[in-house]
Design a protein around this ligand. Structure first.
Ligand SMILES: Nc1ncnc2c1ncn2[C@@H]1O[C@H](COP(=O)(O)OP(=O)(O)OP(=O)(O)O)[C@@H](O)[C@H]1O
Ligand SMILES: [Mg+2]
Length: 453
């Protein structure tokens, strides 16, 4: 049920509006001046207000100003006199959703109300989505109690409130992107976009226009004007992943963005300001790149103002049990499975592995094991397919058993998941948590084929 408050000192005009707009899913409230209207907004929390301008005690504009202070996202439709353009403009400037001219054309008012209700619906869904996404990247969802991770949390807490540039370093799969998102979603600009840019994945000649946009005709293929990520980010966050792979020429431009907060679109000399926060990440050793002249020293110092170094999983094995719990919960949810029980032996086994691919590798191993599990117990044999590994023995010894190569294991595993899903590639990608293009590439690389019927 949508609640609509009609504010007008003339009771017959209120009645006529209500009569004409009445519908089953609408409930109307009435007020004869701004003071009354404010009280009703506070007590009844209507979805939309339709408000006349000229009223005794508190007029429409004053009401609009007060009500917006109280509830900035309330949709207020103002009814303005035909010849009073100045008031109309002021109403819109003060945040009215729309205005309708007197004498009221009911069809016009009906359409405006419909638009306001639709807009409200979109806003609410967006809010729900943002808070859902936000929850996913709450600091609580970054698992870790080890001293190394506690240090990371401290810095996230300190930097999230101000838009400083942050550099996140750490091996592949340690959670760099997760940390970048946690900083963003804990910042005052969490409802602005978080835009990841992978500097490795974008061809060198396109990355500048990706970041800064381009004008129509500025290079072959630029068929229309395009906004770049910096413009799209607003006051949000640009996450420059794999910054170590950024071409030198672009590093110069990025340095200017950080220093002056301005840039130009490719093919334009109009300077554009940006308020976006930059978070960069790399698994590479930037100092080595500096020595080789592949990374600008001045940019390096600019980025390092705040640095977060995420320790590899092998340096925080005390985090493994909690990570296993958390990841299993997440994977069960993704896959609609219910594998809850893990024996202490399995946990111990998991703490003995070197985890070169860090948390991502741990997640993938668990995902695979959960897919292969039948009941609700995570069986040790599903963790590794190598028959040489006897879990009961390896629990107290470092695993040295001859593993197969990663490629072989990957080939077999992908094949298994494809078969399990009757070669439905979409499902397979979801299970494997990889992009469709990656799956297609792997299928070709490993020459995988569906079973012949
Ligand atoms: N501390 C953690 N708690 C919970 N999940 C984590 C943690 N660290 C990483 N993950 C999960 O591991 C996976 C890899 O993390 P992420 O993509 O952030 O790593 P990365 O450092 O950016 O890796 P890469 O260098 O390969 O891009 C993600 O699914 C992430 O949710
Ligand atoms: Mg990453």
């Amino acid at each position: 049920m949508n609640q609509i408050l009609v504010v007008d000192d003339d009771s017959s005009s209120r009645e006529s509006i209500i009569l004409n707009l009445s519908k089953d899913d609408r409930h109307f409230l009435e007020a004869s001046n701004g003071v009354e209207a404010l009280e009703i907004v506070r007590s009844e929390n209507p979805d939309i207000v339709v408000c006349d301008i000229r009223m005794p005690q508190m007029d429409g504009l004053e009401f609009l100003e007060k009500v917006k202070e109280y509830k900035s996202d309330l949709h207020v439709i103002m009814i303005t006199a035909y010849d009073d353009m100045q008031t109309t403009v002021r109403a819109i400037q003060q945040g009215a959703f729309e205005y309708v001219r007197k004498p009221i054309d009911i069809l016009d008012l009906e359409l405006t109300i419909k638009r306001a209700l639709e807009n409200l619906d979109v806003c609410r869904r967006l809010e729900g989505l943002i808070s859902k996404i936000g929850k996913e990247y709450q600091i609580d969802n970054i698992i870790g109690k080890s001293p190394g991770m506690m240090e990371v949390f401290k810095i996230i807490g300190a930097v999230s409130t101000s838009p400083v540039t942050v550099l996140i370093r750490g091996q592949s799969g340690t959670g760099k992107e997760l940390i970048a998102k946690a900083i963003h979603y804990n910042s005052p600009f969490r409802d602005q976009p978080f835009i990841p840019v992978n500097c490795t994945a974008i061809p060198e000649n396109l990355i500048e226009s990706e970041l800064f946009g381009h004008e129509k005709g500025s290079f072959t293929g630029a068929i229309s004007q395009n906004k770049g990520k910096f413009e799209l980010a607003g006051q949000g966050t640009i996450f420059l992943d794999e910054i170590g792979d950024m071409p030198l020429q672009l590093q110069t431009k990025l340095l200017r963005v950080i220093q002056e907060r301005t840039f130009e679109r490719v093919g334009s000399n109009k300077t554009i300001k940006t308020e976006a926060r930059i978070i960069a990440a790399t698994h590479k050793n930037l100092e080595t790149l500096l020595e080789k002249g592949d990374f600008r020293e001045d940019l390096y110092y600019r980025l390092r103002v705040v640095e977060i170094t995420v320790p590899p999983l092998s340096e925080r094995i005390e985090d493994i049990p909690a990570l296993v719990d958390y990841l299993m919960e997440k994977i069960n949810r993704d896959l609609g499975k219910d594998v809850r029980r893990v024996s202490p032996e399995v946990i111990e086994l998991l703490t003995k592995i070197e985890w070169k691919g860090n948390v991502r590798e741990l997640e993938n191993v668990l995902r695979r094991a959960i897919v292969l599990s039948r009941g609700d117990v995570l069986l040790p044999e599903t963790l590794t397919e190598s028959p040489q590994i006897d879990v009961s023995q390896t629990a107290s010894a470092t695993i040295t058993a001859p593993f197969r190569s990663l490629a072989e294991a990957e080939k077999e595993y992908i094949n298994k998941v494809l078969l399990h899903n009757d070669w439905n590639k979409k499902r397979t990608c979801e299970v494997l948590n990889i992009a469709r293009t990656t799956l297609d590439r792997k299928i070709e690389q490993y020459e995988l084929k569906p079973l012949e019927k």
